[in-house]
Design a protein around this ligand. Structure first.
Ligand code: COA
Length: 430
């Protein structure tokens, strides 16, 4: 029969009012004798309070940060009768007492705390995790390596995890023999993709993905999952720029070179990249690779899928030259004739859906770049000039940036600056 006992802090020497820095169990957990229940930390040492018996945790009496001394009640547990009737219980029990003294047998003697030299800070995610049998120093070692010790199989007495067990576990994960699973917070423990027989619901047709679609899918998925990205939205007043574009196109009608808004976007982006160099960079481990060249990729919609041709050295080209190059690269893209080097080396990408529509979207960063500019369809909007609403041509900009490199303030400054350049293009040459 289970016996309800109070688990108290055992004799921990001269220490008083020691904070609880880790709680390894929660109400309802089954624990074994000697299993670590909580960890205390004084200014000199950390120590585990092991379970005096096997049984079930009924109620926690402490929370993280609470200060305890010898004799403080840390939890109520239902101790297994088999253990409470073990020879151990014959000894006096200074720190745990039965809550309901139904049985005349004294409660089991708690084991002494296990000190270690120092401790790592407590992570709230540690609370309530499955707890394995390991000494504080081994758990600290595992924590430093980012290992969830509950995943490690213990080889010592009573399944205790040793330092060598942790090392072996790390080796097997690195070699791919073992998967870390999801409860460690590392890796994606995704559900399997749903397998559905669609014919049960109606007629279907199966069409294989194109080669480009398959390559894009793999790249987009990786970039979507790996990059902590944020999209910043801004409106650019392109009324004057559009008038200038239309006028220039009229003048150049005979030459056949037509300027689209994209060429201006490329030119303005280069100016903004020069002002905010971290946007023209890539992350490489702990280093940021800042590029001194300005190769601008642009997403092109083709019958075979999305491709990204690259305009090299866009900073050295005028708007007319950029327009011409964009047009010929887009043509090659649609015909599936782009050469590999015409799709390589981009340091920043623009995805323009303005010719189609939309008011905003969140483009996915083309790794290892750190930002991408999305452009939606410009439309006439009423803008307040201080006295009245006037009709202006407003173009929505959606800039997605990698938050590991670009903070929100910088992301917004880039967007605001870009919008300023587009609203008064003379600034580009300043
Ligand atoms: N607002 C309003 N109109 C716009 C515009 C904008 N932001 N951008 C372009 N337009 C207009 C153009 O002026 C043009 O009009 P016009 O013929 O009257 O002059 C029309 O839309 C078509 O332009 P388009 O041929 O698309 O040229 P472009 O230089 O703007 O774009 C490509 C070229 C290659 C980028 C484009 O054809 C394309 O493929 N876009 C899709 C990109 C994509 O799929 N992105 C998503 C990736 S997931």
């Amino acid at each position: 029969m289970a016996e309800s006992i109070e688990v108290k802090v055992p004799d921990i020497g001269d220490y008083n009012d020691i904070p609880v820095i880790e709680i390894h169990v929660k109400a309802g957990d089954t624990v074994s004798v000697e299993q670590s229940l909580i960890t205390l930390e004084s200014d000199k040492a950390s120590m585990d309070v092991p379970s005096p018996a096997s049984g079930t945790v009924k109620e926690l009496k402490v929370k993280l940060g609470d200060k305890v001394s010898m004799g403080s009640v840390i939890m109520i547990m239902d101790a297994d009768a088999s253990v409470s009737s073990s020879p151990k219980k014959e000894e006096p029990a200074p720190v745990s007492q039965p809550v309901v003294p139904a049985a005349p047998t004294p409660p089991p003697k708690p084991n002494p705390p296990q000190p270690i030299q120092s401790s790592a800070p407590v992570s709230p995610s540690d609370i309530g995790k499955a707890v394995s049998h390991a000494s504080p120093s081994v758990r600290k070692f595992a924590r430093e390596l980012g290992v969830d010790v509950s995943k490690v199989k213990g080889s010592a007495n009573k399944g205790r995890v040793t330092k060598e067990d942790v090392q072996k576990y790390v080796k097997s994960v690195m070699s791919g023999e073992t998967s870390t699973g999801s409860s460690s917070g590392v890796g994606l423990d995704l559900l399997p993709w749903p397998k559905i027989d669609f014919t049960k619901f109606g007629e279907i047709e199966r069409k294989p993905l194109s080669r480009i679609q398959k390559i894009s899918a793999a790249n987009l998925s990786r970039n979507w999952i790996v990059i902590p990205s944020v999209t910043y939205h801004e409106d650019a007043d392109i009324t004057d720029l559009e008038n200038f574009r239309v006028q220039t196109n009229k003048q150049n009608e005979k030459s056949g070179v037509k300027i689209t808004m994209l060429a201006f976007m490329v030119k303005a982006s280069v100016a903004a990249l020069k002002k905010f160099p971290e946007f023209n960079s890539s992350l490489d481990g702990d280093e940021l690779v800042l590029k001194k060249y300005f190769h601008i990729g642009f997403a092109a919609d083709t019958p075979n899928g999305l491709v990204v041709p690259v305009v090299k050295n866009a900073d050295k080209k005028g708007v007319l030259e950029l327009a011409e190059e964009i047009s010929s690269l887009a043509k090659l893209a649609r015909e599936g004739k782009l050469k590999p080097d015409q799709m390589q080396g981009a340091s920043f990408t623009i995805s323009s859906l303005g010719g189609i529509g939309g008011t905003a979207f969140s483009p996915i960063i083309n790794a290892p770049e750190v930002a991408i500019l999305g452009v939606s369809k410009a439309a006439i909007k009423p803008v307040w000039n201080g006295k009245e609403f006037i009709p202006r041509l407003i173009c929505p900009l959606s800039l997605t940036a990698d938050h590991r490199v670009i903070d929100g303030a910088v992301g917004t400054r880039f967007n605001v600056y870009l919008a300023e350049l587009l609203s008064d293009f003379r600034r580009v040459v300043l």
